[in-house]
Ligand binder design. Structure first.
Ligand SMILES: *Cc1c(COP(=O)(O)O)cnc(C)c1O
Length: 219
């Protein structure tokens, strides 16, 4: 597939859901992809990318940012508190705020730096032991706690369990966001972004459908 095909499919899904054209932002997930593939997508004019490791992002993006203006970088993977400052300086948004300790660290650093990326709270909608994120039952309180720390919480993010119907998880995430007055919904990947758009996604995170299969698995 290609960038153009994915943007066409996003436009169709927006129209089908009765949503405005351009209401869904495409985060092209470039993790582990060779630089020539990333560069090809930059050359086609796309400027919004997602990485799930700070170290990898820090190695790859400063160079690209010098050559291509207006790149928006999203951190979508687990963030260790000792890398929070680096992530905040490198990324425009962090979609993986997944625990109180990280929220406190980001709040402190935001004071020091005088700025903070847009934040999305990751919700573990499948309540999976191995997966990061706030449990659905704790989400309302965590949103309130983050807002009390003046963190710019723009929305929620989820990664559905691989063996379950993703639409159920997208609907749950939308419900939690709605009752907390949050408008951002980061949900939908290569295999299910159209379903996510039907259920209100504002950000879809698509990797392999744009770039091809990842060359080596992350692990
Ligand atoms: C890798 C990744 C994606 C993209 O996955 P694809 O199936 O390649 O589209 C989306 N979200 C997160 C959090 C990821 O780590």
């Amino acid at each position: 597939m290609s960038l153009q095909e994915i943007t066409d499919r996003i436009a169709k899904a927006e129209a089908k859901a009765g949503r405005n054209a351009g209401s869904v932002k495409l985060i092209a997930v470039s993790k582990v992809q060779p630089n020539d593939r990333v560069e090809a997508v930059l050359e086609q004019g796309h400027r919004c990318f997602g990485e799930n490791r700070v170290q990898e992002a820090a190695g790859k993006w400063p160079g690209f940012k010098e050559r291509f203006l207006d790149v928006d970088l999203y951190l979508i993977g687990p963030l260790q508190t000792n890398k929070a400052r680096q992530a905040m300086e490198l990324c425009n948004a962090i979609h993986s705020l997944d625990r109180p300790k990280l929220a406190k660290t980001i709040a402190r650093l935001a004071q020091e730096i005088g700025a903070c990326p847009d934040l999305f709270i990751q919700v573990n909608t499948g309540e999976e032991a191995q997966k990061a994120g706030i449990l659905p039952a704790d989400a309302d309180e965590f949103v309130a706690d983050c807002q009390a720390m003046d963190l710019p919480i723009r929305g929620l993010m989820c990664i559905p369990p691989v063996d379950e119907e993703p639409a159920l998880h997208f609907a749950l995430l939308a419900k939690i966001a709605s009752r907390n007055g949050l408008t951002g919904l980061s949900m939908g990947m290569s295999g299910d972004f159209e379903s996510a758009i039907a259920l209100g996604a504002t950000h879809v995170r698509v990797g392999s459908a744009i770039f091809g299969e990842r060359v080596k698995p992350q692990g």
